[in-house]
Write a protein that binds this ligand. Structure first.
Ligand code: CP
Ligand code: NVA
Length: 306
């Protein structure tokens, strides 16, 4: 395994499957109250340039359950790149702690941290990718659907960071993924190309659509996310208009398989990209995904820092 998890494509299929096995094993231990202090005495520094509920709580809880400790560094604490350069922060942290998790705006901030730190660096969401989310998502899909091969996963919404990591992971795992966005909101061409190349080797596929009903046809999984991500607040009104017709609602679900599961990384904007009845309905697995952030990330922490 590489030193860092900057992109989900830093992992091979075998490494991902190993992480899921370890996550399931430790999830079982949590449920049974069995101690599993694989990271006794280890410390994780958590750098946040953006807000978070799930990422912060699951990394912090995860480190505690593993017998270690996590330090939360809020945006105003270190003023990354302003008070001190990113490489200097990475070099200093490397002398004290055993790992860094960073949630950033620019993806380059995570790559710069990784290049300059001698300890593992984990991407806890950048403008380009959200690999930890995707580990939890495929763990959730495994629990609900069993196998990945031949599975059809339909993304509906913005071609954003979560979509990018999902495409790459689908390419690695051999999943057939459709990406339906309004024109102009497609994911970056270089990531689509990278995901398609991975899919060619694994037997999966990545196909872009503009019509949601076509995109979700016979889907096993439908996935959506907010229309304006953190950092895009100024574009919110325009995006609300441009994404009309791309809502995940019960009418759209009728086009998918009867046993389709609906996923969302959360936080959701209810009534915008997804309706209440779908988010809270029988097809929704969003809280399983949220729970699995804890278990998938603990497996990752053990593999990288253990
Ligand atoms: N899904 C996710 O990363 O949630 P937070 O932004 O609350 O961490
Ligand atoms: N695409 C969203 C994901 C939040 C977890 C964002 O970047 O804000």
């Amino acid at each position: 395994m590489r030193k860092d998890l900057v992109s989900i494509a830093d992992l091979t299929k075998e490494e991902m499957l190993e992480l899921f096995e370890l996550a399931i094993e430790m999830k079982d231990k949590v449920k049974k109250g069995v101690e599993h202090h694989h990271l006794k005495g280890k410390v994780l520094a958590m750098i946040f340039e953006k807000p978070s509920l799930r990422t912060r709580v699951t990394f912090e809880t995860g480190m505690y359950q593993l017998g270690g400790y996590a330090i939360y560094l809020a945006p105003q604490d270190i003023k990354l790149g302003q008070r001190e350069s990113v490489p200097d922060v990475a070099r200093n942290l490397s002398r004290w702690v055993d790992g860094i998790m960073a949630r950033t705006f620019a993806h380059k901030t995570v790559t710069d941290l990784a290049e300059n730190a001698t300890i593992p660096v984990i991407n806890g969401l950048s403008d380009l990718e959200h690999p930890c989310q995707i580990l939890a998502d495929f763990l959730t899909i495994k629990e609900h659907k069993g196998d990945f091969e031949g599975l059809k996963l339909a993304w509906v919404g913005d071609g954003n960071n979560v979509c990018n990591s999902l495409m790459l992971a689908s390419g690695i795992l051999g999943v057939h993924m459709t990406v339906t966005t309004p024109a102009g909101y497609e994911p970056p061409e270089d990531i689509v190309k990278q995901a398609q190349e991975l899919a060619q080797k694994s037997g999966g596929s990545i196909t872009l659509y503009n019509d949601p009903f076509e995109g979700v046809k016979d889907a096993d999984v439908i996935y959506t996310d907010v229309w304006a991500s953190m950092g895009q607040e100024a574009e919110r009104e325009k995006r609300l208009r441009d994404f009309q017709g791309y809502q995940v609602n019960s009418k759209l679900l009728e086009n998918a398989k009867n046993d389709v599961i609906v996923m969302h990384c959360l936080p959701a904007h209810r009534g915008e990209e997804i309706t209440d009845d779908v988010l809270d309905g029988p097809h929704s697995v969003v809280l399983d995904e949220a729970e699995n952030r804890l278990h998938a990330q603990k497996a990752l922490l053990v593999k990288l820092m253990g």
